[in-house]
Design a binder for this molecule. Structure first.
Ligand SMILES: [Zn+2]
Length: 361
């Protein structure tokens, strides 16, 4: 943690300082996050709720934001944090769905609510989105936050803040990829690339939960054992074996029904080679670079279907939380304090993680 911001334990108000302040993790430059005091929000307006943030889930999107991205339109300083869970602290006029003390999560895309996509519940295709919280606009890593109640989702009883914090991005992204886009069916075979990552672990568990056969790739033997322990049927160490060849052998040369991609150029062509004729590849990321080439003859002759997927709908978050309530819980690698946010991002960047890192307030 860089910088020398004063840390104040609780929001307070004094005669000299009538502005309430709170702590917020703030990106001030590329690879520089400070814990700063910022103005606390006023009482929630009509239609809004005020949320006291309790836990934040880290994602690769946080790493991109921290490193800096040339094409991302945003202004610094920026409050970080793309997914979180918290508790309702106050409700504005006209809000009846929530009461003080409710455990909630929120949708981090500032959608318009009025375009065709929004009206149809395809929130991540909003035509007028004002940005992704924690990436383009201020995010969740702060003590208090006012949100439109429209974007807030109740957490079912029995789901912890820690687990719920993985619903808005990690769980819902995978839910959207596997079921809205790839339309994964019980009994199918799926290849999950980078099964030790936050979303990789979720994909393994969601696919196993509906009775799929799961093949996954990992980068070391320790992760291989962990991937088996969470249910993967076959685990391939991509550093010591060519995954394409193993997948063909495991599937009797037929290939898999679905590939879950997010690695990018390092694996993309190998992933296509793993598909059976008519197979589906769904991708939500490209951590190893931006561009690759594909064989167009192979694409149409094999009738592959490729889905680009980003984010999720509000409905996907509710579905994710329901899965958690029925026992499909996230794999948590570590829980760290606010002051360890940058160290945790470095761990994520170096891939020395199995599952999710949670930052607690
Ligand atoms: Zn919209």
């Amino acid at each position: 943690m860089s910088g020398a911001a004063t840390i104040i334990g609780d929001v307070h108000r004094t005669a000299q300082n009538p502005v309430r302040v709170m702590r917020a993790l703030t990106l001030v430059a590329d690879r520089k996050i400070e814990l700063r005091d910022v103005a606390a929000p006023p009482a929630p307006a009509a239609g809004e709720v005020q949320i006291a943030i309790k836990a934040i889930g880290l994602n690769h999107l946080d790493v991109w934001g921290w490193r800096g991205m040339a094409f991302a339109k945003r202004k610094l300083p920026l409050i970080v944090g793309v997914e979180a869970a918290g508790e309702i602290r106050a409700v504005g006029a006209g809000v009846t769905r929530f009461a003080v003390g409710d455990c909630v999560v929120a949708y981090g895309g500032l959608t318009c609510a009025t375009c065709k996509a929004c009206r149809e519940g395809r929130d991540n295709l909003c035509e007028n989105v004002a940005g992704v919280m924690g990436f383009h606009v201020d995010g969740f890593a702060r003590e208090l936050l006012n949100m439109s109640a429209r974007l807030v989702i109740p957490v079912p009883a029995g789901v912890s803040f820690r687990d719920a914090a993985c619903a808005p991005v990690a769980f819902s992204t995978v839910q959207h990829m596997l079921f809205d886009n790839a339309k994964l069916e019980p009994g199918e075979t799926i290849l999950v690339q980078a099964g030790g990552s936050g979303i990789g672990t979720v994909a393994i568990k969601m696919a196993k939960a509906i009775g799929c056969t799961v093949i996954t790739t990992v980068g070391d033997d320790e992760k291989a054992a962990k991937a088996s322990a969470i249910g993967a049927d076959h685990v391939i160490n991509y550093r010591t074996e060519r995954f394409e060849g193993i997948v063909r052998k495991l599937t009797g040369k037929k290939g898999v029904d679905v590939v879950f991609e997010h690695v990018g150029p390092d694996t993309f062509n190998g992933s296509l080679l793993c598909l059976k004729r008519g197979g589906r590849l769904v991708t939500c990321g490209s951590t190893s670079g931006q561009s690759t080439t594909i064989n167009l003859f192979q694409l149409y002759l094999q009738q592959y279907r490729i889905f680009g997927s980003f984010g999720a709908s509000i409905r996907n978050i509710g579905d994710s939380l329901a899965k958690m309530a029925s026992g499909l819980l996230p794999v948590i690698d570590t829980e760290v304090a606010l002051t360890d946010f940058e160290r945790a991002l470095a761990l994520l960047e170096s891939r020395q993680v199995f599952g999710k890192i949670i930052v607690t307030f």
